[in-house]
Design a protein around this ligand. Structure first.
Ligand code: HEM
Length: 347
């Protein structure tokens, strides 16, 4: 594994070899071949034209791709997003309190968010937002099946999140199973993506200067370590029409990770400088797509930012710092790009 020093501190970020090779070999390139049937794209104009040429299809959507062959309708998808947004809004109204956030992040942040947003649910729901489930889809199915079988209505007076109530109200086993699986699809990223983002921010820059806003810190963390670091689009006829170097059978992987560090677009691209966002509009910044393309941006981003800001508020209020003994942070080749095992201690 090779190293990259991105923060202002002595900490070094070590990327998994494949990510590191991408950064070393293709940063600043528009298009490059990755496999016989896959091209990589990191050029800002080309990404824009490709993403504009057709909407993502059902299989390419990370959250609402079909569940075991059953399509998720747009109505179902927006109802679920509304339910989880309501749960997040309710969580954000709670006082900050005195949680102990020392220990290994992102795990500590994940558990905190799970309890904050979904804490009232009984065990069978909580098991569905467990981080370990990210690792293997098979495990996910086991947990969903177990949860569905255990499912009776809870006693009166047990408040449930809106999201859980939707799953409980389903008519029959098949529908309930479907609803619980979808519950997981939207509940899990609230915990896993937000904890990844906050951890990356702390790793890159904590302790932060007092005058710097959480918003600018997060925008800069999303630039250097975007949790959603690549966008996949399957081969389709629109793409060769956009660029003749793309074949009809080529899948496309687009890399915000690379465009976010393109020296043609950014001053001092490797440096963590939250101040740069004072004068930049994150929704209109060429090559900056941590939440995807303008035409179909992440539906969760309005929940992500305030939750991540709350984590930073707590860390800054309580004076937590990355353990001075920890100077190396690893980023594995995984679904989400995150620094693993960041030890937070009292400063
Ligand atoms: C740090 C946090 C997050 C990041 C960086 C992120 C990033 C992204 C990106 C890049 C896309 C576009 C994907 C593409 O065009 O292929 C996307 C789409 C989407 N995101 Fe997020 N996301 C985050 C959190 C969430 C959360 C918490 C939820 C749900 C609760 C969510 C729900 C969605 C949905 C519904 C879409 C539309 C496509 C689909 O059906 O999956 N995201 N997100």
């Amino acid at each position: 594994m090779a190293m990259s020093r991105t923060g202002r501190n002595a900490r070094v970020t070590v990327f998994a070899p494949r990510i590191d090779a991408l950064l070393r070999e293709h940063r600043g390139a528009d298009l490059f071949r990755l496999e016989e049937d896959t091209v990589g794209v990191a050029g800002v104009d080309l990404m824009d034209r490709l993403l504009r040429s057709r909407p993502a299809n059902a299989e390419e959507r990370p959250t609402f791709k079909p569940v075991q062959g059953r399509q998720v309708t747009r109505t179902d998808a927006s109802a679920l997003m509304q339910a989880v947004s309501a749960d997040v809004r309710a969580a954000l109204r709670k006082p900050l309190g005195r949680p102990d956030l020392t220990g290994k992040w992102p795990h500590v942040a994940h558990v905190y968010l799970r309890d904050l947003v979904f804490g009232r649910e009984s065990f069978r729901f909580r098991i569905l937002v467990d981080r370990r489930l990210e690792l293997t889809p098979k495990l996910t199915w086991m947990a969903v099946a177990a949860g569905t079988a255990m499912l009776g209505k809870p006693g009166a007076g047990i408040p449930l999140s809106q999201l859980a109530a939707r799953a409980l109200n389903a008519e029959n086993y098949q529908d309930r199973r479907f609803a619980m699986y979808l519950y997981r699809r939207v509940a899990a990223p609230v915990c896993s993506t937000v904890s990844a983002l906050a951890t990356n921010a702390l790793w890159l820059g904590a302790p932060f200067d007092e005058g710097v806003s959480n918003r600018d810190i997060l925008l800069e963390a999303l630039r250097l370590l975007p949790p959603s670091w690549n966008l996949l689009r399957m081969a389709s006829p629109e793409y060769p029409a956009v660029d003749g170097r793309i074949g009809r059978a080529d899948d496309i992987l687009m890399f915000p990770l690379l465009s976010h560090r393109d020296p043609r677009l950014w001053d001092d691209p490797e440096a963590f400088r939250p101040e740069r966002w004072k004068d930049l509009d994150p929704d209109d910044q060429p090559g900056y797509l941590p939440f995807g393309h303008a035409d179909e941006r992440c539906w969760g981003r309005h929940m992500v930012m305030p939750l991540a800001e709350r984590l930073l508020d707590l860390v800054r209020r309580d004076g937590l710092v990355v353990s001075p003994e920890q100077t190396v942070g690893r980023v594995e080749l995984d679904g989400l790009l995150e620094v693993a095992g960041v030890r937070m201690v009292r400063g």
